[in-house]
Design a protein around this ligand. Sequence first.
Ligand code: FAD
Ligand code: NAI
Length: 482
Amino acid sequence: MAERYDVIVIGAGPAGYIAAVRAAQLGFKVGCVEEWINPKGELTLGGTCLNVGCIPSKALLATSEEYEKAHHHLGDHGITLSNLKIDIAKMQSRKDEIVTKMTKGIEFLFRKNKITWLKGRGSFAGKIDGGGFRISVAGKDKDGKPVVDTHETTNVIVATGSKARHLPNVPVDNVLINDNEGALAFAQVPKKLGVIGAGVIGLELGSVWRRLGAEVTILEALPGFLAACDEAVSKEAARQFTKQGLAIHLGVKIGEIKTGKSGVSVAYTDNKGDAQTLEVDKLIVSIGRVPNTEGLALENVGLAANERGFIDVDDHCATNVPGIWAIGDVVRGPMLAHKGEDEGVMVAELIAGQKPHIDYNCIPWVIYTSPEIAWVGKTEAQLKAEGRAYKAGQVPFAINGRALGINASAGFVKVLADAATDELLGVHIVAANASDLIAEAAVALEFKASSEDITRVSHPHPSLSEVVREAALAADKRALNM
Ligand code: FAD
Ligand code: NAI
């Protein structure tokens, strides 16, 4: 007889595994379908984020940042190093060990919470008369022979995530032409590296390989740089990245891409309309991601992906079929791990009859470049477009003693608040540790704080967080330290 679950989650990335854990905490019988096979040929949990996304990229960013510091910045402290070397194989094995630790950690969480890992590829087999759904899982038996099991469930949470978007007719071999998977696994530093797309992946992975010695050229279709960021932040970031040696060409149109024996040639038209060719040893294509809905047989339960490939959901991640929910990268909203996690918790609690809610305006964004970029809430351009009267305070890290001490005085915090009510509307940070500093702003925004509230809270001295408070004071024209 088919096993009956209260909740089956399809996909064990950050959205899916967190949904499974929260549902299990709430007392449900939970199964989670996952098919990911890692380079060692093992089935693994954790999805894009743990295997080929957030976690490995941050490991490489950390190694390359240490290397760059040792190479260029320790001299400022009077520290001299000679014979500095980077062992790329060691860097990669460190990254792989972190990934293994994290993915094994999810296996532990599954055991702890009595979640059944349904190993294989999940799809909808149909609805059950009287309520619920049948889910097929195509996997392998213990002898490695293909086998399909069918399970029954009252609720389904689709958390199948996304995959890299590729350029039409430009096959990714992850040797010469790479998406995120190849770009995280180079065995050597390419002499010349081309990147198509100056988005989050292009800037993060472009930075990794530049710091390790590659000559990096980024080709971006849009005329503006980091258009989603506040303009002051994108300007500062462009200045810093160019100074570091990233060559960023905006407003280009990519033409033919040819691979040779050991390199790639990219024809493009630059922003003046002139034909150009970029010759590189390796190319990264980072032009966004597409949702994974192929093969889910959504039609068997009366669902369909929309014209952009996403599953349509309401504000609470409910699809138009009661009992089926969808979360994470496979639905609208930012493709961010913590956004998917928040949706996973929300849906599990909704199934349990609770009344959770997500304010998507309070979800922080981070780009892990150096300096880091982080923001939450509205940009100045968005407030102008809304016709909202606002006040702004911007304070540089150069005035902060801690920033000077740790050699991280680049960048600033900008606070935007309502001109009349002082309600905090947006916080934008370009600085070292912006990823941690932004958490305070996210809490403040979620609690509908005023900018004055931030100024009334004691901040440790000396710390980078003092600049957040100073920027809130500056929004009220009463900065104390400048
Ligand atoms: P995924 O993580 O994609 O997981 C989906 C899972 O579903 C996969 O394991 C897949 O195998 C499984 N699956 C799909 N279809 C089926 C099926 N039919 N049957 C069984 N299993 C199935 N976000 C951040 O917030 N911070 C970062 O620093 C960050 N860095 C990133 C760096 C890179 C290089 C990349 C590529 C992404 C990064 N992201 C980051 C984005 C983040 O990885 C995604 O937003 C997040 O992984 C989405 O989570 P998810 O659970 O929706 O999907
Ligand atoms: P992205 O959407 O951030 O950037 C893609 C860039 O490619 C855009 O600037 C776009 O204009 C450009 N582009 C698109 N087509 C192009 C073309 N034909 N020629 C030249 N440029 C083109 O996507 P990216 O960098 O691939 O990352 C995917 C997603 O993964 C991100 O949107 C983000 O949600 C997530 N991510 C998050 C990270 C974080 O939170 N720190 C880190 C890495 C990824």
